[in-house]
Design a protein around this ligand. Structure first.
Ligand code: FAD
Length: 405
């Protein structure tokens, strides 16, 4: 019987353990936190959005864009749903986003832990791995408490995001000790810091908007949804979705800016007509009153002060140039992105083990026989919406089943 060692007891490590044990292997997990699966408790605002019915290749990013699909096709969304149903998780479908019906992330962690216990997987918590050595056959995992041998090894230590949950980046050093290279590991699904001073007046504003990201004036990505303005810059789901592109461009020392469209349901022409009709309907309103009922007051006040138009001017007296300035501010608002928030605030990281060094069919290292990887440590990141956990389940399944053979 093969002994499979797994370093890291997060989502992917637990899935790998359950799979390998179900395939007949002896399995142990080494986890440096006092409990396994801590990060799962924070997912989906404590409700755990554990997968998403809507799957498209673009939902997953990697330097090798085809790599994730090979893995995901071996353990798909229906596989995930039936796996969790067997463990007791009845899904609640919210517009394609799946949660446990209990809406408690702890339910997902509980059923995984119960299954690990039921199958008899050996779990060493509070155990830090000092290093791993390759033996003639298999590996020796060196910890401060004990040395443990295994025939095959899975490194499932996550990324550097939310390090308080245990993913402190130490797994990257273990991978490097076997000669692996990293695609730069950067915060993703994270807030963006902007240069302009007016953000301190805008904090708390939430508004539907389209956010587009540019690096050195080249378009990189966009997303539409509820934008949140904070005292340091921009946040909310559309910002999270484009943040990995901003992160990469900033890392490459590009000049990064975001363009915000505060009226995404209208094209420029339709919005011009709409504003003109609004002026015709109440020509005596002063600019200060004109946006009431259309946009949050703090936002309108900021546009007016950037435009330098007299806020007491009647809207029927606006010049064509002033009208255009307002249109540009509302539909093409420019803001300079100077940084992302740090790893502590990021939901995930982009980057990780270079997938060119892994066999996509098995997740085995091409550099060391018997060494496998699973989860976020690999250079694959998903968009927000259950895709990162789906990656953890699929890659955990593939690594677990292959390492068990
Ligand atoms: C706030 C937040 C909300 C999120 N919400 C969602 C969501 O709703 N849906 C979604 O799909 N994704 C979500 N994610 C992302 C998702 O949680 C992760 O992508 C996923 O948990 C990654 O799984 P993993 O097994 O690769 O890593 P992790 O879950 O981070 O697990 C890694 C484990 O390895 C352990 N470890 C690390 N280094 C060592 C070492 N040297 N020795 C021993 N043990 C080690 C860690 O303690 C940890 O337990 C969220 C993330 C955060 C932070």
């Amino acid at each position: 019987m093969n002994t499979v060692g797994i370093i890291g007891g997060g989502a992917s490590g637990m899935m790998a353990a359950i799979t390998a044990k179900s395939c007949g292997a002896d399995v142990f997990i080494v986890e440096h936190k006092d409990r396994i699966g801590k990060k799962i408790l924070s997912t989906g605002n404590g409700r755990c959005n554990f997968t998403n019915i809507k799957q498209q290749p673009e939902c997953y990013r990697s330097d090798q864009p085809d790599f994730p699909q090979t893995v995901l096709s071996r353990f798909s969304v229906p596989d995930t749903i039936s796996f969790f149903l067997k463990l007791g998780i009845y899904s609640k479908n919210k517009n394609g986003y799946l949660y446990p019906n209990s809406e408690q992330a702890s339910s997902v962690l509980d059923v995984l832990r119960m299954e690990i216990e039921r199958l008899g997987v050996c779990v060493y918590t509070d155990t830090s791995v000092s290093f791993v050595s390759k033996k003639k056959k298999g590996f020796q995992v060196h910890t401060e408490k004990r040395n443990i041998s295994c025939d095959t090894l899975i490194i499932a230590t996550g990324s550097k995001a939310a390090p308080v949950t245990g993913s402190d980046g130490s797994g990257y050093d273990l991978a490097k000790s076997f000669g692996h290279h990293m695609v730069p590991v950067l915060p993703a699904l994270v807030q963006l810091k902007c240069k302009e001073k007016y953000y301190k007046n805008l904090a708390g504003v939430r508004v539907q908007a389209k956010v587009s990201i540019y690096g050195d004036d080249q378009y990189l990505a966009h997303d539409t949804g509820e934008l949140q303005l904070t005292k340091f810059g921009i946040s909310g789901i559309p910002v999270f979705q484009v943040s990995r592109f901003a992160s990469r461009a900033l890392y490459q020392k590009q000049h990064v800016h975001a363009e915000i469209d505060f009226m995404p349901d209208f094209n420029d022409h339709a919005f011009e007509s709409f504003l003109n009709a609004r002026i015709q309907s109440r020509p005596d309103k002063i600019l200060d009153q004109f946006f009431i009922g259309l946009f949050p007051a703090k936002l309108a006040c900021t546009w007016i002060s950037i435009s330098q138009i007299d806020r007491n001017k009647k809207v029927c007296d606006l010049s064509a140039k002033e009208f255009d300035t307002l249109i540009r501010l509302i539909k093409h608002f420019q803001t300079e992105v100077i940084d992302t928030n740090g790893f502590e605030s990021a939901q995930i990281c982009c980057g990780g083990i270079d997938t060119r060094e892994l066999d996509a069919a098995t997740l085995e290292s091409k550099l060391t026989d018997g060494l496998y990887f699973a989860g976020e440590i690999i250079d694959v990141d998903g968009i927000c919406g259950g895709y990162n956990l789906q990656w953890a389940w699929s890659s955990g399944y593939v690594a677990g089943s292959e390492a068990a053979i």
